[in-house]
Design a protein around this ligand. Structure first.
Ligand code: KIV
Ligand code: NA
Length: 270
């Protein structure tokens, strides 16, 4: 299985569906590596792993440490790291300073940034200087206050048109792939048909060139908040709870550890 690269991801436009998953740790990165073409170190880790209310409090340092851990676990997947809120919106120069730290200090192949055509100049600035960028449009969690919560986007005719326009401009600016979150099938299809780069959807219908889910959501490891678009493929949270309950009970009852797990006790197993 050859290593996925940015040009390989880009070349999958309209072909085989792209499988994308998120990871925040080395072990999760290793677990998903055989199936994930594109592993995204999403700033959703702030909510999933840190218990923050939104992604707004996630810092560059958090993304760099988690990004480096995920890169250490990925042998095949292409790894892209989210730029956190406040680290890229001010100017192309600010974005380059922080994106260059991300790629240098993590070993990731690219970055993902939220925003429509207002971010096109920044996308071009980074791409021209060697940093591949995946723009993220539609439901943008870093805009939670502006949206008044996590809500599907582009549902009115005008809002849908604006999203399609954003997609075209961001593609022209040099984005290698487009993340489309929380929009209708109609809009997702029109976006996918109007850009030459692969669209990766989350809550954006099967029309996209690929799909991504937050890994903890699909494994049943995070239940604080489950969006409509999540499909839970396993209920690992329940299995973890029952294993831990058994451990607790065995400790209380003196059943654990048994002699086979003790040093300096005469037994064949030692
Ligand atoms: O933060 C995140 O997990 C994301 C996903 C949509 C990939 O941005
Ligand atoms: Na994100």
């Amino acid at each position: 299985n050859k290593r996925m690269t940015i040009p390989l991801i880009r070349s999958m436009k309209g072909g085989e569906k792209i499988v994308s998953l998120t990871a925040a740790t080395k072990w999760m990165s290793q677990m998903i590596d055989p199936v994930s073409d594109l592993t995204i170190v999403g700033d959703s880790l702030g909510m999933v792993s840190y218990g923050l209310e939104s992604t707004l409090q996630v810092t560059l340092e958090m993304m760099i440490l988690h990004g480096a851990a995920v890169v250490r676990g990925a042998k095949r997947a292409c790894v892209v790291v989210d730029m956190p809120f406040g680290s890229y919106q001010e100017s192309p120069r600010q974005a380059f300073q922080n994106a260059s730290r991300i790629v240098r200090e993590t070993g990731a192949q690219g970055v993902k940034i939220e925003g429509g055509k207002e971010m096109a100049e920044t996308v071009g600035f980074l791409v021209d200087r060697g940093i591949p960028v995946m723009p993220h449009i539609g439901l943008m969690p870093q805009h939670v206050h502006a949206m008044g919560g996590f809500k599907a986007q582009g549902l009115t005719e005008n809002a849908g048109k604006k999203l399609i326009e954003d997609a075209k401009v961001l593609c022209e600016a040099g984005g290698f792939s487009l993340l489309v979150e929380g929009t209708s099938e109609t809009v997702a299809r029109q976006i996918t048909e109007s850009v030459r780069i692969p669209t990766i959807g989350i809550g954006a219908s099967p029309c996209c060139d690929g799909q991504v889910l937050v890994t903890e959501d699909l494994l049943g490891l995070f239940s604080d908040y489950t969006p409509k678009f999540v499909k839970q493929y396993a209920d690992l949270g329940t299995q973890i709870k029952s294993a831990l309950e058994r451990f607790g009970k065995e400790v209380q009852e003196g059943e654990f550890p048994d002699l086979s797990r003790c040093f300096g006790v005469s037994s064949n197993k030692l």
